[in-house]
Design a protein around this ligand. Sequence first.
Ligand SMILES: Cc1cc2nc3c(=O)[nH]c(=O)nc-3n(C[C@H](O)[C@H](O)[C@H](O)COP(=O)(O)O)c2cc1C
Length: 309
Amino acid sequence: MRINKVLVAHYSSPSGQLSEVIRNLTSPLAESGDIELRQLILRCKKPYPFPWPILRFFDTFPEAIYLDPPELEPLDLDPTQHFDLVILGYQVWFLSPSLPTTAFLKNPTVKTVLKDTPVVTVIACRDMWLMAQERVKELLSACGARLVGNVVLTDEAGSIGSFLATPLWMLTGKRGPRLGGLIPRAGVKAEHITGSRRFGERIAHALTQVQTLNTNLLRGMGAVKVNTHLIATEKAARRSFLAWGKLLRALGKQGAWARQPLVMIYIVFLIVLLIVVLPVSALLKTLAAPLLHKRIAAQRSYFSQPSGE
Ligand SMILES: Cc1cc2nc3c(=O)[nH]c(=O)nc-3n(C[C@H](O)[C@H](O)[C@H](O)COP(=O)(O)O)c2cc1C
């Protein structure tokens, strides 16, 4: 029997959630005698901190949104190597792929390796991944890769609960819960992480049965769930990040002293936005939902591709 070669790449952050997801999801592939699994852990020359100092955290968004790649440690990857499938795990940073992921997808060797290769993306994030996946789709298509599946795991606290819980986890290093459960535990539910094994089982099965992987790979498995309430919010927030990011990038590189006062002003702007604008826009969206039924259904179908809900 032919041995299938699978490359699994992801950035292992010090908080480590995505690594857990990848370990569980790929375990059926690792256990299969017919699959040769190659793990590639992305590491940056200048590591990102954890917990994040608050200014460093927000000072990361201009580069994230403009897809400015940081320098990665050399990748142990041969450009002539062929893989039957690439599994790319990534976190979302400011509605964009995490910066090490951007660096990976822009790397010339990776571009060669990904050409004409089926790719499954695996996302573990708070709850806002739609715009990030659009960027990843663009970067993959620039490599000539074929996206055949997408798996998304989001925080158990939901959109509202995780709004404070996840940033607090990133800024303090502690997941919570806090204030007697008023602020719930941050991160993806443990049973959803272990449950991601089922996607690996399907992939392992398909690799040994199907000649070429296609977009049916993860259909009907509930691999993604599109929160349609967040589509307009993500689009508006992305526009805001682009505008503020342009200003900040004009003032210097990430970490430059000249940027810090504007980063502080941006944090205040964000707090006002969250307290005033978001509740009003959520109310308007709820009221308008019955009128936009068809459009919302089309958007749901678009963003859920290729796995489907
Ligand atoms: C700088 C930064 C920005 C983030 N921005 C987002 C975001 O825009 N959307 C989202 O759903 N999660 C966001 N998150 C949460 C991450 O996607 C992820 O859930 C978290 O980093 C935990 O995963 P990890 O342990 O694999 O790093 C952000 C995290 C960081 C550190």
